[in-house]
Structure formats: structure tokens, C-alpha cells
Design a protein around this ligand. Structure first.
Ligand code: HEC
Length: 102
């Protein structure tokens, strides 16, 4: 539920950024389409981050609670754990996005 609200917020932010463009560039349909696709890929990234997190981060130790660390503290931890879990830089970003969206 909380996740849904946050996703809605992200979508709202994305859409509101895009709507400014719509006004200035006057390409309503094209801009609306691109706003929708970036919203989907953001949701996809977070979903992928969740999958990676649950599949890879509980292998060596108990799955950490995302709230155990602040977003700032997660950054160096994820840089260390990226190597442990064999994540690419992109995958680490997805996991980070998932963590901070919780
Ligand atoms: C190959 C084993 C391995 C995997 C996979 C792994 N970890 Fe770890 N993790 C460790 C070890 C060993 C430590 C303790 C040493 C350290 O903190 O560097 C640790 C410590 C931690 C800590 C505590 C750090 C602190 O400073 O308190 C967190 C949080 C954590 N891991 C999160 C994760 C996350 C998130 C993932 C997935 C991206 C992950 N781990 C994947 C081995 C692993």
C-alpha cells in the first residue's frame, strides 16, 4: 500500500515534469507517451531491484531489513555487497532504488 502511494508519487513527479515540457514544446501526444513509458520503466526498475534484493541479499546472512540503514548508509554498504552478490552497477542501482522507495 505504502509502495503504491510512493509509486503514484513518482509517477506524479514524472508527469508534472513532463507537463511543463508539453506546454513549452506544444507536442502534447508525444510528450504524454514518453511520460508514460518513463513511469513504467521506473516501476520496472524498482520491481527488478526487489527481485534482486530478495534473491541475492539473503544468501550469506539473513535478508537485512531495508529500514535498518538510512539511504546514505546504504550507499557504501551496497558498494561492498555488490561484489559479494555479483551485481552489475545497474543492478546495484535498481536495488538501491528499491531500498529507498520502501
Ligand atoms: C557472498 C556473501 C554475501 C552476499 C551475497 C551479500 N552479503 Fe551482505 N554481508 C556479507 C558479509 C561477509 C558481511 C559482513 C562484512 C561486511 O560488513 O562487509 C555482510 C554484511 C552486510 C550488512 C551489514 C553491514 C553493516 O555495515 O552493518 C548489510 C546491511 C548487508 N550485508 C547487505 C547485503 C545486501 C543488500 C546484499 C545484496 C546486494 C548482500 N548483503 C549480499 C556477505 C554477503
Amino acid at each position: 500500500m505504502k509502495k503504491t502511494i510512493l509509486s503514484a508519487l513518482v509517477i506524479f513527479i514524472l508527469v508534472s515534469c513532463k507537463s511543463k515540457k508539453v506546454v513549452t514544446e506544444n507536442k502534447t501526444e508525444i510528450e504524454v507517451t514518453s511520460a508514460v513509458s518513463s513511469e513504467i520503466s521506473m516501476a520496472d526498475m524498482i520491481a527488478q531491484g526487489e527481485t534482486l534484493y530478495t534473491n541475492k541479499c539473503g544468501n550469506c546472512h539473513a535478508l537485512p531489513k531495508v529500514k535498518e540503514h538510512s539511504p546514505e548508509n546504504w550507499k557504501p554498504i551496497l558498494l561492498r555487497m555488490q561484489k559479494e552478490a555479483g551485481l552489475s552497477d545497474k543492478e546495484r542501482e535498481y536495488v538501491y532504488n528499491y531500498i529507498v522507495m520502501q
